[in-house]
Design a protein. Structure first.
Ligand SMILES: Cc1cc2nc3c(=O)[nH]c(=O)nc-3n(C[C@H](O)[C@H](O)[C@H](O)COP(=O)(O)OP(=O)(O)OC[C@H]3O[C@@H](n4cnc5c(N)ncnc54)[C@H](O)[C@@H]3O)c2cc1C
Length: 405
């Protein structure tokens, strides 16, 4: 316990000295978004930083390994155990520090490389993820393979020392900004569909890779169509055994779903003027320090209670996970509930904003109204990305509740 207290004090001192003031104003955003005012630092060779302080913050956190606090130090990580990481997260929250780096490398690829990658692959990729030097995208979905992901058709053929890859992916988030891709390819067309898939990594600048951004109704282009025409990828870029990529693919999805489920925490924990109850008082009026409209009050209370219950359940599950090796099919429960809760939060927000929720552009709207409307629209995608809610319910039925097919 003494050691943990010393660690807390050292951490507090380090953050005091190294976290720039302008990085201590958590915007309260629940998840990275494509709403145009995004302050998220994604890293990569062509990284765009919202400020010099954001760049400095990433450099310092990356050098310390605290962008990936629990990864081993030999791969650039912080080498912290779970208790130390918990303290670090508390201290970051205490000073309202903005995340130094958000990336698919951290939340998805890194954990599976640690589990399934060979030593060369870990050395080659993990340190650059920690320091935010390489930005990754996820090549899973295809035009005919979304929920039924295992039916994917992108083909990789071994020819001497390399695979030749042909096919296309869709909804590849930020593929046009990514340096590398982690990709599912079919390497055996005769085997049952789950048994002919492999997991491979390659550079997005390789000849034959092209991306085409998809424009959304919001005007944003957060994802792309991605095409592979005779793309040569060194055979050593295959992760895990040939034709056993489905095991890795599923594990990565569990990490992705765990990350997405955190959205359900957004907002419920917000305190002060930006909390939903305080905003409700401003929009709907207050009576005796309560939200005046009883129906709205009831709805917000219900939402807040669900948020608190979800937070406590997540915490309990994290405690239980200390005893296991990693995420499991239960990540589908949290993904399902967390994304529904997040969507509900924006529905509540829009209801209480009334006609101001029509905000799209113009000086007559406040900045938070403009961003809330865009975030509401974005929240609809939460229960689709990383596998739809219906698919999560199927997984829960089969893998958690063990119900018959
Ligand atoms: C914001 C966002 C970002 C994304 N980023 C990426 C990315 O970076 N990389 C990537 O590879 N993909 C990405 N995706 C794609 C995402 O994984 C797919 O959209 C998702 O898996 C659903 O596939 P689909 O769109 O083909 O829908 P479909 O599979 O065609 O589903 C259509 C509808 O049918 C329902 N349905 C399908 N099968 C069943 C079933 N068996 N039982 C019950 N209902 C069913 C679904 O729930 C859905 O409502 C992203 C999607 C979004 C929205």
């Amino acid at each position: 316990m003494e050691t943990l207290q010393t660690f807390r004090q050292d951490t507090r001192n380090w953050l005091e000295q190294n976290c720039p003031d302008s990085m201590r104003v958590t915007a309260g955003r629940s998840a990275p978004s494509e709403t145009g005012d995004d302050q998220t630092v994604w890293g990569g060779k062509n990284a765009v930083f919202p400020s010099d302080d954001a760049r400095l913050w990433l450099e310092r956190m990356g050098a310390k390994g605290w962008t990936c606090p629990t990864w081993p130090t030999e791969y650039g990580g912080g080498g912290l155990d779970k208790e130390q990481n918990f303290v670090l997260q508390q201290e970051l929250a205490r000073i309202k520090a903005k995340p130094a780096l958000t990336s698919f490398g951290i939340s998805m690829l890194g954990p599976v490389l640690l589990e399934f990658g060979n030593e060369e692959q870990k050395q080659a990729h993990l340190p650059s993820i920690v320091r935010g030097e390489i930005r990754w995208c996820q090549g899973y979905s295809e035009p005919g393979s979304g929920s039924d992901l295992a039916s994917l058709q992108t083909k990789a053929v071994l020819e001497g020392d390399h695979y030749t890859i042909n096919g296309s992916k869709v909804w590849t988030s930020y593929a046009n900004h990514a340096d590398w891709i982690f990709c599912l390819v079919r390497t055996d067309f005769d085997a049952p569909k789950h048994n002919g898939i492999s997991f491979i990594l390659f550079d997005m600048t390789t000849t034959g890779v092209t991306t085409k951004p998809i424009q959304l109704i919001s005007g944003a282009s957060p994802f792309c169509e991605t095409f592979f025409d005779d793309v040569n990828v060194p055979r050593e870029n295959l992760v895990g055994p040939l034709n056993d990529g489905w095991t890795i693919a599923k594990r990565l999805l569990q990490h992705e779903r765990t990350m997405i489920s955190g959205m359900g925490m957004g907002g419920s924990s917000k305190k002060g003027a930006n909390s939903i109850p305080e905003q409700a008082k401003r929009y709907a009026g207050e009576s005796k320090n309560k939200i005046a409209n009883a129906a709205l009050r009831d709805r917000i209370l219900r939402h807040q209670m669900n948020g608190q219950a979800f937070a406590v359940t997540l915490k309990r599950s994290a405690e239980e996970a200390k005893l296991s090796t990693g995420p499991s099919a239960t990540s589908s429960m949290f993904k399902y509930y967390g994304t529904e809760q997040n969507k509900n939060r924006y529905e509540v927000m829009l209801d209480l904003m009334g006609t101001n929720s029509l905000a799209w552009e113009g000086d007559e709207f406040k900045a938070n109204e403009l961003s809330t409307t865009r975030e509401w629209l974005r929240s609809k995608a939460n229960s689709i990305e990383g596998g739809t809610s219906e698919v999560q319910l199927n997984i829960i039925a089969k893998r958690v509740l063990a119900l018959p097919d």
